[in-house]
Ligand binder design. Structure first.
Ligand code: F6P
Length: 357
């Protein structure tokens, strides 16, 4: 009989609850273990008593289709340099390990992106925690794994937004710009851009020039399409870094900078009427797509099985149509960008989509 903990860490995304459900079903249903859901990532383990609740299959079933995380999460407060209310920074890592041991846990499943998994791995090492990791992020930039929970749903949401923008763009002869998330990677933009029939896709992996974008708009005009739809990743840049400079002039506002900047420049250079949509955090919500639910279920079951085998310090990944476990250390820090020579980029170019270069 084992007692395992589960927590969600970093930004939320659709499919986290589907992982929790799968873990509970496998652990309770198959192995007859106890599963404890830890609240607000590692912060639940810092509190005294540790903030956690025992999870039963009945409780988590309804969560399959819910976005967000029933356990709550946070992407603030690295436990190794935790910001205290008096303005100082303190190493609180040992409190987390203590919390884990106070709950009497035999193992912990941590669902997180690259940053969270790196922190959890370090906590596990110094605190004697038996950790298994599950990758999640709408950005899809975790190394080794082909899929991370939340990405597919985010792509669906961005694609649907493009579908809608096509009609209004055509009706008004406008250039519509959709700004999507991705932190430093263009996976959402390139995938949704192809699926949603964008004419222009800008990703951080390929520096753009305004001239090329305006050329594409002009060319489409000549072909009788007096409108264009562009999808822009939040982190795109020119080779000279011009946009980074410009973003700074937008002050603290992280989102809505690049889309509005481009709209302004494109309008000035091409004379086109432009409008901007910033999708923002809507990409992290919505009903998890069937693919995200499937991946979440497969990852959840596999993570519990790793614990059954006492095969700790592993992360589950998706590779070549199956779940493969790899050492967490091999996966973290292996930031996965869009391959600028890869299939999706080739496909986009083959379709005549402008990638800004
Ligand atoms: O990593 C997921 C993500 O949604 C990124 O795409 C985005 O840049 C960032 O998180 C937003 O973070 P926050 O919710 O803290 O604003």
């Amino acid at each position: 009989h084992k007692r395992i903990g589960i927590l969600t860490s970093g930004g939320d995304c659709a499919g986290l609850n589907a992982v929790i459900r799968a873990v509970v079903h496998r652990a309770v249903g198959t192995y007859n273990w106890e599963v404890w859901g830890i609240y607000r990532a590692t912060q639940g383990l810092m509190q005294r008593p540790p903030q956690a609740t025992r999870l039963e299959p009945k409780q988590v079933d309804a969560a399959l289709t819910l976005a967000g995380t029933i356990l709550g999460t946070t992407n603030k407060g690295n436990p190794f340099a935790f910001p205290m209310s008096d303005g100082t920074v303190r190493d609180r890592s040992s409190e987390i390990a203590e919390g884990y041991h106070q709950l009497g846990l035999d193992a912990l499943i941590g669902i997180g992106g690259d940053g969270s998994l790196a922190i959890l791995r370090k906590l596990a090492e110094v605190g004697g925690i038996n950790l298994v990791g599950i990758p999640k992020t709408i950005d899809n930039d975790v190394g080794i794994t082909e899929r991370s929970i939340g990405f597919d749903t985010a792509v669906n949401i961005a694609t649907e937004a493009l579908d809608r923008l096509q009609f209004t763009a055509a009706s008004h002869d406008r250039v519509m710009i959709l700004e999507v998330m991705g932190r430093d990677a263009g996976h959402i933009a390139i995938s949704a851009g192809i699926a949603g029939g964008a004419d222009i896709i800008l990703i951080p992996e390929i520096p753009y020039t305004l001239e090329r974008i305006c050329q594409q708009i002009q060319q489409r005009k000549q072909q009788g399409n007096n409108y264009s739809v562009a999808i822009v990743s939040e982190a795109v840049r020119t080779e000279s870094g011009e946009v980074v400079q410009n973003m700074l002039s937008f002050g603290e506002c992280r989102y809505g900078g690049i889309g509005h900047y481009l709209a302004d420049r494109i309008s000035a250079l091409s004379g086109a009427e432009t409008r901007v949509t910033v999708l923002g955090h809507t990409q992290r919500g919505g009903t998890p797509s069937p693919l995200d639910r499937l991946t979440a279920s497969a990852f959840g079951v596999a993570a519990v099985d790793l614990i059954a085998d006492k095969d700790y310090d592993k992360m589950v990944t998706w590779q070549n149509r199956q779940v493969v476990s790899v050492p967490i250390l091999d996966a973290i820090g292996q930031y996965k960008a869009v391959d600028s020579q890869g299939t999706l980029v080739k496909t986009a170019r083959g379709l005549g989509i402008c990638l800004g270069d």
